[in-house]
Design a binder for this molecule. Sequence first.
Ligand code: PNS
Length: 173
Amino acid sequence: MRILREFTQADETMKKVLAIYPGSFDPVTNGHLDLIERGAKIFDRLVVSLLRNFEKQPLFSLDERVEMLREVVRPWPNVEVDVFSGLLVDYAGLRGANVILRGIRAVSDYEYELQMAMMNRKLNANVETVFMMPAVAYSYLSSRLVREIAHLGGPITGLVPAVVEERLRAKIH
Ligand code: PNS
């Protein structure tokens, strides 16, 4: 009995946690990167997963967003980039992921995120949503604001990785 319990405990300790970090990433910001870094430390594997959204008209194509993300996640060997469509929980199930990682910057994010987490739990109770907070310096940062500032010719240095800054300038000017 004791041996069995020890085995079970060992199994539990060896459990590998694969987390999905889903989003639009149009484009990836330094806030996203901050969360990826935190997620990469906590989870065994982290899959940054871009939603293939046929309704939205993004600034960057899916391929461009994937390319930029692949470049910026290179420092973390346990992080990969993937694309999904359909229900997030179905995709998580297909990937064998037990965690969805989402960032919460401020209380204003919480309501929407809570609603999504609860609905995802209803759809698949085996997938747990984990919230992490980015550094305070990124608490006001969003892809939407970055796109707007870039469109209007404002400075985006420090808000996005260098590769994104270059691509934004090339796209907008
Ligand atoms: O970065 P975003 O745009 O806030 O990410 C939103 C995303 C991709 C996480 C969300 O729209 C999503 O999960 N879409 C997949 C479709 C789905 O599962 N919808 C039900 C959510 S409860």
